[in-house]
Design a protein around this ligand. Structure first.
Ligand SMILES: *Cc1c(COP(=O)(O)O)cnc(C)c1O
Length: 402
């Protein structure tokens, strides 16, 4: 069956919660996605920062295949070796002592929100439930996490939302200080904002937030769902500024493709979520934990971070260089291989044209082109991407000249 027929069927019975592009996915390998008609696309979206190891990394596929024949699922009423090993690995390489497994970023953030509320209520009394988050943040699509998100567009029509959130401009330490009330219990931030337009905080901000949290006895949650797992060139984004959170959430790339989420916490706080206080049927099940273990080992042991840093520097330089030729490019920003190009014009049409020419990129907040290739991307692939991009920019420039 060809693409057109699949698209018609897709538009009939699949919920229309996404505006979909006319691409019918069939297979993938490394930085390349192939559609049902055999057309190849250079994938600089990588499943929105999920396919950090490229499509179908052989070690992840092998781990899934091996585990699939042994045990797919087993209740969390029992001990699961793959889950134990993944928890150990995550704690060994982070600030954390305990890991709660779930299936998505939103669920990981829900777990973090439940933890800070429960800990603070037990520790300080009933009214410490408020969490301060940032404007332009993104924390997920559940009622709790849209309440936490500092963007109106995800909230419209879903009132009443969960009370207990205050929003502050990202990067403004004074605004954060002013937002603290006697009811505050935690601050939740993305160390680099992804959906909000690839926004980095000013140097020193995260450290100042940490100090403020210590001074005011607030827990600090870092949502690393998008920028964790190597995306910024270090295993976790907080490591760039050596500022440690109390709680961190992961998902997206954690298992190299399959769905998994994790909330990692220091022992002192994790103890608040004792037996019976929280759970997830599938969370950390043998199949997904085996994939997670394989993916994390590749990330740590196979030189992926080094490639991310080198290719991130190269891509950034090349994108910066484009600025010289195209006045509509305002700024290039990011870290490692999450890069944003802010423009003075809308990027939606460029994304569509790129797709037609075999390149997958994304545009956030209307005018920021976002580049999220696999961390295993090669220089030749980056050059190929740049050629397509420059072609699109040239045409835009010519069209808007006369
Ligand atoms: C994607 C994302 C989420 C939500 O993850 P889901 O798996 O879609 O629930 C949460 N926080 C951040 C920073 C994200 O990028």
């Amino acid at each position: 069956m060809n693409s057109q027929r699949w698209i018609e069927r897709g538009l009939t019975h699949v919920a229309e919660t996404y505006g979909r592009y006319p691409l019918v996915a069939a297979s993938g390998q490394g930085s390349w996605l192939t559609d049902i008609d055999g057309k190849k696309y250079l994938d600089f979206l990588a499943g929105v920062a999920v396919n950090n190891l490229g499509h179908c990394h052989p070690k992840v596929v092998a781990a899934l295949q091996e585990q699939a024949g042994k045990l797919l699922h087993c209740s969390n009423f029992y001990h699961i070796p793959q889950q134990i090993e993944l928890a150990e690995l995550l704690c060994e390489h982070s600030f954390g002592d305990r890991v709660f497994f779930c299936n998505s970023g939103a669920e990981a953030n829900e777990a973090a929100l439940k933890l800070v509320r429960k800990y603070s209520t037990e520790q300080y009394g009933r009214n410490r439930f408020e969490v301060i988050t940032a404007l332009a943040s993104f924390h997920g699509r559940t009622i709790g996490t849209i309440s936490a998100t500092g963007q109106e567009k995800v909230k419209t029509g879903f009132s009443p939302l969960l009370p207990g959130f205050n929003y502050v401009p990202f990067g403004d330490i004074q605004a954060l200080r002013n937002a603290i009330t006697p009811n505050s219990c935690a601050v939740m931030l993305e160390p680099v904002q992804g959906e909000g337009g690839v926004n980095l905080p000013p140097t020193g901000y995260l450290r100042a937030v940490r100090e403020l949290c210590d001074e005011q006895q607030l827990l600090l949650i870092f949502d690393e769902v998008q920028v964790g797992c190597g995306r910024t060139g270090s295993l976790f984004a907080y490591q760039h500024e050596s500022v440690e959170p109390d709680v961190m959430t992961l998902a997206k790339a954690l298992a190299g493709g399959p769905p998994i989420g994790a909330m990692i916490a220091r022992e002192k706080y994790a103890a608040a979520l004792g037996p019976g206080s929280h759970g997830s049927t599938f969370g950390g099940n043998p199949l997904l934990a085996a994939a997670g273990l394989a993916a994390m080992k590749v990330l740590i042991e196979d030189g992926v971070l080094e490639n991310c840093i080198a290719m991130g520097d190269y891509l950034r330089q090349q994108l910066e260089a484009l600025k010289e030729n195209y006045p509509f490019i305002l700024e290039v920003r990011g870290r490692g291989l999450i890069l944003g190009m802010e423009m003075s014009i809308e990027g939606g049409e460029m994304v569509k044209t790129a797709l037609e020419r075999g390149l997958l990129i994304n545009c956030t907040v209307g005018k920021v082109l976002r580049f999220l290739p696999p961390l295993t991307v090669s220089k030749a692939e980056i050059d190929q991407m740049l050629e397509i991009l420059a072609g699109i920019f040239n045409e835009y420039q010519e069209k808007n000249h006369d």
